[in-house]
Design a protein around this ligand. Structure first.
Ligand SMILES: CC(C)(COP(=O)(O)OP(=O)(O)OC[C@H]1O[C@@H](n2cnc3c(N)ncnc32)[C@H](O)[C@@H]1OP(=O)(O)O)[C@@H](O)C(=O)NCCC(=O)NCCS
Length: 208
């Protein structure tokens, strides 16, 4: 199995990607933004897609979208062909897409909206956190994608504040802050432990 950045040689899979996404949404009975083969081809041509292949057999896919003039990136359209599910393939595809997004758009907040538990788990492991829709991009083009979802009436009824999907966000600035606090905190704890140990040992030494 290979999980790679898609290139022009993968354009031939655009139709099967769309069909697989649509078919599995029907089976799950959930709403989903419809993708056309043309849209998928553009993603591939712009180097904004990750594809998984078993030999030359299509196994899975995910793509990157850029919103709000590069301030936000969404990793969308995750799909794994049913024969390959339950083996960690979605995790591999999503992780690769995430790493690639971080490289390509290091300052961008990475987000997704989903009703799927598997995707929530994968996102959470990657460092995403659940957020309200107010924390996501307000780029109308992103939300226009929801128009083909069968739950779109809910989104419009709530003025785009909520719907059946859960929003999840990875904010690199917040992550950096947490990392440096953790670092500081660990440093403090370490110093404190060291001083306790030293005083204990010194006491012992003094008693000798
Ligand atoms: C959702 C989907 C991508 C998962 O693919 P997969 O390769 O089977 O996923 P993985 O094997 O990497 O599993 C990832 C995690 O999700 C869990 N998981 C997988 N399928 C699940 C399901 N149907 N319900 C709940 N959890 C599930 C796994 O146990 C694993 O969790 P763990 O790390 O705690 O063990 C795949 O089922 C699919 O293509 N579904 C249809 C399209 C879809 O729902 N796309 C998401 C749209 S937002």
């Amino acid at each position: 199995m290979q999980v790679v950045i898609a290139n022009n040689s993968h354009i031939q899979y655009a139709q099967i990607i769309c069909d697989t996404i649509e078919e599995s949404a029907k089976q799950r009975g959930t709403g989903i933004a419809k993708r056309t083969p043309e849209y998928i081809i553009t993603k591939i041509q712009n180097g904004n897609a990750i594809i998984a292949l078993d030999g030359d057999k299509f196994a899975g896919f995910c793509y990157i979208e850029n919103w709000g003039h590069g301030k936000y990136v969404a990793n969308s359209g995750l799909i794994v062909v049913s024969d390959y599910r339950g083996q960690g393939l979605a995790t591999a595809i999503k992780s690769k897409t995430f790493e690639y997004s971080r490289e390509k758009f290091p300052e961008a907040k990475i987000f997704g909206i989903t009703t799927g538990l598997a995707v929530m788990k994968i996102n959470y492991d990657l460092g995403y956190e659940p957020v309200t829709f107010s924390e996501l991009t307000d780029d109308p083009a992103f939300w226009t994608g929801c128009q083909t979802c069968k739950n779109y009436d809910i989104l419009t009824r709530t003025d785009r504040k909520m719907c059946l999907c859960t929003g999840m966000l990875y904010d690199p600035a917040v992550k950096e802050k947490v990392k440096s606090h953790k670092h500081k905190y660990n440093g403090k704890v370490f110093k404190r432990l060291k001083s306790i140990k030293e005083s204990l040992f010194l006491k012992k030494d003094n008693q000798k």
